[in-house]
Design a protein around this ligand. Structure first.
Ligand code: C5P
Length: 292
């Protein structure tokens, strides 16, 4: 995340993510699934403006359809850090959304991480990093990843984050099909059949470190992808269309619904983005992977 601080306010730019690799290893007794995933933060950002107040949490949001009470993860993040720090102050947050909601790009999780880090600094709450990480893990499986950005291999529910040092910052094209996917619904419909052939998480992490786009495209894998296509068959057609473009390693991020592909460093991402937008009429982003 990027933080800009003025005297009386803080602005946090909260990035989106792509799952370059995602395997589901087992179902856990707590109802979650054990994951092995390689996540890459990308330069598509939500914006959060934070101002101190006397007490409580007040959230404003640029999207009228999003709730601004405890149903919003940003509200829950703000409440949880005020409570943990036993703070006698409050915050007003204005959330400007650019990351699609329900697209598998981690916008809500990133906003929550930005809220924790932004409030800790703005209100001088002085919670140590491990306390912030603990709050993050309770808020959602992807929230801990966004405390460090960059690229990371994440295990457990997703909360055990190992940063990938020196990862190459590739360019991607991301397509928002306009159909939100519910993460809970996708996991509910998931079943352990035969494990589809794949190269494993280390292969993908290795491709980032050795700056090898061919290896990255070959290794891109998402175990949830089949379920997403089963729940939303129209996405299969979108995948076929993207596979006709020069994008490499096309697939779904997280539990969907966005699809993405790698831009070969020898091709012009801008042209590919335009072609896909013209062919599909959908919202298309060009994004670059972020470093640590
Ligand atoms: O942790 P988060 O709130 O993002 O998860 C949303 C839902 O996705 C969970 O309620 C659970 O059904 C499912 N999930 C899972 N295993 C994970 C992460 C999420 O089953 N590792």
């Amino acid at each position: 995340m990027r933080i800009e601080q003025a005297d009386d306010r803080i602005t946090v730019h909260a990035p989106a993510k792509l799952n370059l690799y995602l395997d589901v290893l087992s179902r856990r007794t707590d109802g979650y699934h054990e994951l092995d995933t390689v996540i890459q933060a990308i330069d598509i950002y939500d914006r959060l403006d934070l101002i101190p107040t006397d007490r409580g949490v007040h959230l404003n949001c640029s999207l009228p359809d999003l709730p601004t009470d405890e149903r919003n993860i940003v509200h829950r993040a703000a409440e949880s850090i005020l409570e943990r720090a036993d703070a006698k102050c409050g915050v007003e947050i204005t959330l400007t959304k650019r990351i699609p909601v329900g697209g598998g790009l981690g916008g809500g999780s990133s906003d929550a991480a930005a809220t924790l880090v932004g409030m800790n600094r703005l209100l001088d709450l002085r919670l140590p990093r491990h306390e912030i990480a603990d709050l993050a893990a309770h808020l959602g499986s992807d929230v801990p990843f966004f405390l460090s950005d960059g690229a990371a291999r994440c295990r457990g529910r997703g909360e055990r984050v190992e940063p990938i040092e020196g990862a190459a910052q590739f360019e991607y094209v991301v397509v928002w099909p306009g159909i939100p996917c519910s993460t809970a619904e996708v996991y509910q419909a998931f079943g352990f059949g035969l494990t589809p052939q794949n190269h494993g998480a280390s292969f993908v992490a290795g491709a980032l470190v050795s700056n090898d786009p061919g290896q990255l495209a070959a290794g891109r894998f998402n175990r949830l992808e089949e379920v997403v296509y089963r729940l939303h068959p129209e996405l299969t057609e979108l995948k076929r269309a993207l596979e006709q473009s020069p994008l490499r390693g096309v697939g779904v991020t997280g539990s969907g619904s966005c699809l993405f592909g790698l831009v070969d460093p020898a091709s012009a991402g801008e042209d590919i983005e335009k072609q896909i937008h013209q062919a599909t009429g959908l919202t298309v982003y060009r994004a670059r992977g972020l470093g640590q």
